[in-house]
Unconditional design. Structure first.
Length: 512
């Protein structure tokens, strides 16, 4: 279409403007906007007279065509004497009147429509005449050659052979369009939030750094779903983990001092503590779990939370990373989170030793604490094997927790054995509370009675700040207490029974 428009002689330049947050599209059904923008750049970089503009990706509000045209005029993208022309296929004739203020659009720009080989259908001509008479405009056409490519079919089959080499390479490098799309697990509100953050990151980060951040966010969601923490928190932490990376070093140091005091780490590590401050101040993040994951994503720390482990790993393992030794760690990350973090920390330590560079103290403590946790778990398993008659088994403990929850009026309590699927734990217990107050009461009751009756303390507890999904980790038993809406959305019980959550639809993306 673009080359046809340029050859028609009706335009001397074509601007391609990828949509930002389209008002008529579900945000969850779109590939993240920066991916679409940079992929479009790759596809069109060799076409003379064509330029890709990020206008709609730099504005956090919904993208209306009339506003984009106004911006082009008001901001001097087009000169005062330039004529603006909107280039579409003829199918746009049947959509135009449903757009936001179509009467403004037709006064801001002329319509130039691509006509495929053959005679225009009678219904198309009739609609064009109707619009011309209604708005007092004249619609022009230009011929194009028919191309038998369906984006929907390409995504369905995974056959990208008809796409140009730069686009194929882009898709492969960033692992776009996986069969099971992790972003389908996010809430609608989270998709909207992520788009708002992306508009700021387009200004804060380079192309490569932003693509790395997107890759990290998607992988964080995948691991979060796998290991039972909030995918929404993981997406935000992954996307913003490098938000301060390209600030001037002096500003990074100033922000890092607010978190660390003196002495400060090497310049290459400043962006992590600085990112904690920048994420809060520029991006409005007040979730302590997310801020802590950003703070420790480069080094880890002693007694890392599950979210911190996920962001640490995803930063190192996202698909565009091309280090030599990642294959084994990537495979490990799919089945044992702690083992993958241990392997990653050891790989980093080995590289530092080869370079005769000091291994960061936080990383050393992170590695030691994970190894201790692993050893403690192994010792517990060995002792249980030798003294089964003296040790309460995990199934019995799980049933005690279930009884506590049921006595406190928890709803839909389920016990899911997961030992054969992951080394994360032996059992998940999933329950529903009727309100955030009820959820907190259930969590407190489990914690108090297990300590009182079995002298058993949780390894850690997550989610108490929001109270809509509280996770209590007893190492071999992980208790999830959900608000009804969160339980329905995340469907952990279905996930660990290898079913896909209801409502997770296949990605459908509009034509460019």
């Amino acid at each position: 279409m673009i080359t046809g428009a340029l050859k028609s002689g009706r335009v001397d330049k074509v601007w391609v403007i990828p949509s930002g947050y389209p008002p008529k599209k579900d945000a969850a059904a779109l590939t993240p906007a920066p991916y679409r923008y940079y992929m479009t750049e790759a596809a069109l970089k060799n076409i003379t007279g064509c330029e890709v503009l990020p206008i709609e990706l730099l504005r956090p509000e919904k993208s209306y065509t009339t506003d984009t045209l106004s911006y082009i005029r008001d901001e001097g993208v087009a000169g005062p004497d330039d004529k603006l022309v909107l280039i579409y296929g003829t199918d746009i004739l049947f959509e135009l009147e449903t757009w936001y203020h179509p009467e403004r659009i037709v006064t801001q720009a002329e319509l130039l429509l691509a006509r495929r080989p053959g005679v225009l259908q009678e219904s198309t001509l009739r609609k064009a005449t109707e619009l011309e008479e209604k708005y007092g405009i004249e619609i022009s056409y230009f011929p194009i050659e028919g191309v038998n490519i369906s984006s929907r079919e390409i995504r369905r089959t995974g056959d990208y052979s008809k796409l140009s080499a730069p686009v194929r390479q882009f898709i492969a490098r960033h692992d776009l369009y996986p069969k099971e799309n992790p972003l389908a697990f996010l809430k609608d509100d989270t998709h909207v939030l992520l788009f708002g953050y992306e508009t700021k990151l387009m200004k804060d980060l380079s192309r490569e750094r932003l693509l790395h951040s997107l890759n990290t966010a998607v992988l964080c969601v995948r691991y979060a779903v796998r290991y039972g923490v909030s995918p929404d928190e993981a997406a935000v932490a992954g996307l913003l983990h490098d938000c301060a990376k390209q600030l001037p070093i002096a500003i990074q140091a100033s922000m890092a001092k607010k978190v660390m005091g003196e002495p400060l780490p090497d310049n290459s590590l400043l962006h992590a503590p600085a990112g904690q401050i920048y994420a809060a101040e520029r991006y409005g993040i007040d979730n302590e779990s997310i801020l802590s994951a950003i703070r420790y994503h480069t080094t880890g720390r002693e007694s890392m939370t599950t979210l911190e482990k996920i962001v640490y790993l995803a930063d190192k393992l996202e698909p565009a990373r091309d280090y030599d030794d990642l294959t084994a760690i990537r495979a490990l990350a799919e089945k044992d989170l702690d083992e993958a973090v241990i392997a990653c920390l050891r790989a980093v330590r080995n590289k530092f030793e080869l370079k005769k560079t000091a291994f960061h103290a936080d990383s050393s403590r992170a590695l030691d604490s994970l190894i201790r946790r692993k050893q403690t778990k192994n010792d517990t398993i060995a002792k249980a094997t030798q003294q089964t008659e003296e040790k309460m088994d995990t199934l019995t403990l799980s049933n005690e927790i279930i009884e506590i929850l049921q006595n406190k009026k928890a709803e839909d309590v389920e016990l899911i054995p997961i030992a054969e699927k992951t080394a994360l734990a032996d059992y998940f217990i999933i329950a529903t509370g009727t309100s955030t107050t009820h959820i907190k009461a259930l969590s407190d009751e489990v914690e108090i009675l297990m300590k009182q009756n079995r002298n058993l303390m949780p390894d850690h507890i997550e989610g108490q700040s929001t109270g809509r999904w509280i996770l209590i980790d007893y190492k071999d038993i992980v208790v999830h207490i959900f608000h009804p809406e969160e339980r329905a959305h995340y469907s952990l019980d279905k996930l660990w029974l290898t079913k896909r959550p209801e409502g997770a639809e296949t990605i459908e993306e509009p034509e460019s």
